[in-house]
Design a protein around this ligand. Structure first.
Ligand SMILES: Cc1cc2nc3c(=O)[nH]c(=O)nc-3n(C[C@H](O)[C@H](O)[C@H](O)COP(=O)(O)O)c2cc1C
Length: 464
């Protein structure tokens, strides 16, 4: 990336990534990932210039008028360009000295032409939703609420993303750039900036809105869903995390059947209980709870013929793609039958594997849980949930993390139901410490992201 400021710069219109211009038969632009082509019925020589992507848009228009076309014809061309721009077929570029300085590139399916906005305000200020990120050879700046990203190839332009008074900009490149910034929503007017602080939009934190827009269809053009982008490049992660035979392992007693309660009873009895104690948990309780919530009932081998490209499994709770990427650990100060420690539950062998017995880590986890539960007592058992996210991202694009959080919610409800049926005290938690969780479970955060915590214990008599 180098600066080309100072040279004559101009605006060009180009095909957006994924758009293909075909001049055979009826000239059309098609977007590879879109359902419909845009027929170009007239002026296809001008469209050739557009497809070239390096020609001054004013020159393209001049050439049209030199061809003695009526102003009506030229207006039709301009309208089609604007329509194509609004639909995401085209992008704008600032070009100087044959180099691209910046691009305004469609990233959403918002149907508006980005540069056709009414008069630009005089004072522009950065949106608090603006994010910037390094890509291979440009800086990506965007506001995920808007349909266009700003790709900055000349880093000296970046400074113009701070507050600017439009009238004070004399340089044409900067003027064009600020127009791009306004169209991409990275710079906004003062009224909109105020709106960003006001209940409604103000309720959203920047990272949460970005994550929301990136992991749903409609506000981004990224591949979303089961696209298998890692297939054929690396093998999928195994369905089951391998036990570590060098670690201390406790075999859990065989689980009992669940008590015969109706669904009506379980649903209506279920409540969050944060104090534990009158009846302490036993290893049998823990065994029953883990077995009925988490055990592996069956492993499904990959079968290309049925479209199952990876090893999957069947368990008591539902899971997208039967991927079962969640792992569960038990942190406890110990109770009858189980020593203090952080234990991994092996859902295939129905065993517990010791991951850490460091009291500072166990205390840290249990104290954090107690604070999360409004200062209730230290839980007898804290279930830690981690996600082997790679199981999901081998298959899914853009939604893996959102899906794993959905699974965490599914598991919470399963835990609530089983604990209620077993007469135990359950309580889901909204926040936990990922660093402590990875240290205590002896896992790498890249392999297992900590995504949830759940308290469990023997209930107080008065709570029942
Ligand atoms: C995802 C989730 C997160 C929760 N986080 C907390 C928490 O951090 N602290 C807490 O004391 N309770 C937490 N709870 C329990 C809720 O406060 C409780 O479900 C709610 O008040 C309704 O009460 P009930 O569960 O007794 O019906 C959480 C529940 C869920 C499902």
């Amino acid at each position: 990336m180098s600066s080309s400021l100072g040279h004559h710069s101009f605006l060009s219109v180009a095909l957006a990534p994924g758009a293909v211009f075909s001049s055979q038969g009826t000239p059309t632009i098609t977007l590879k990932d879109r359902e419909w082509p845009l027929p170009i019925e007239e002026h296809w020589a001008a469209w050739h210039d557009v497809a070239d992507g390096t020609i001054d848009y004013e020159v393209v228009l001049d050439k049209l008028s030199e061809g003695n076309l009526s102003s009506h014809h030229i207006a039709t061309f301009i309208n089609t360009v604007q329509q194509a721009m609004a639909l995401g077929w085209l992008e704008y570029r600032i070009i100087s000295n044959r180099k691209i300085l910046a691009k305004l590139r469609p990233i959403g399916k918002l149907l508006h032409n980005p540069l056709s906005k009414a008069l630009m305000p005089k004072v522009l200020t950065p949106s608090r939703f603006t994010t910037t990120r390094m890509e291979a050879d440009f800086i990506l700046a965007k506001n995920s609420r808007f349909g266009h990203a700003l790709d900055i190839y000349d880093p000296t332009l970046l400074i113009n993303l701070f507050s600017v008074h439009r009238n004070l900009i004399e340089d044409k490149t900067k003027q064009l750039f600020v127009k791009f910034a306004y169209a991409s929503g990275t710079l906004i007017d003062e009224e909109s900036a105020l709106l960003e602080q006001t209940p409604g939009l103000g309720f959203w934190e920047a990272h949460e809105l970005d994550f929301h827009n990136q992991s749903r269809l409609g506000n981004n053009l990224n591949p979303v869903g089961g696209v298998f982008s890692w297939k054929g490049k690396v093998p999928s992660l195994p369905a089951l995390k391998a036990p570590d035979i060098s670690r201390l392992t406790v075999k859990l007693p065989s689980a009992h059947e669940l008590p015969l309660l109706s669904l009506n009873d379980v649903i209506n009895l279920r409540k969050s209980i944060r104090e534990h104690g009158d009846r302490c948990m036993t290893l049998q309780d823990l065994s029953n709870f883990l077995w009925h919530s988490l055990r592996v009932k069956e492993v499904l081998e990959p079968n290309e013929a049925t479209g199952l490209f990876y090893e999957a499994s069947i368990r008591p709770y539902p899971c997208g793609g039967a991927a079962y990427e969640l792992e569960v650990y038990i942190a406890t100060l110990g109770f009858d039958g189980l020593n203090a420690g952080v234990w991994w539950y092996d859902p295939m062998n129905h065993t517990l594997e010791l991951r850490s017995d460091k009291s500072n880590l166990i205390d840290g986890l249990l104290q954090t849980a107690s604070i999360s539960a409004a200062g209730s007592g230290i839980p007898e058992v804290l279930l830690l949930i981690t996600s082997r996210l790679g199981r999901l991202s081998w298959k899914y694009r853009s939604i893996s993390y959102a899906v794993t959080l959905k699974h965490t919610g599914v598991l919470y409800q399963t835990f609530y139901m089983i604990a209620t049926a077993l007469g135990l005290a359950p309580c889901g938690l909204g926040a936990g410490n990922s660093v402590l969780a990875n240290l205590a479970t002896d896992t790498d955060p890249n392999d297992e992201a900590s995504v949830g915590e759940f308290m469990l214990g023997g209930p107080l008599k008065k709570a029942n």
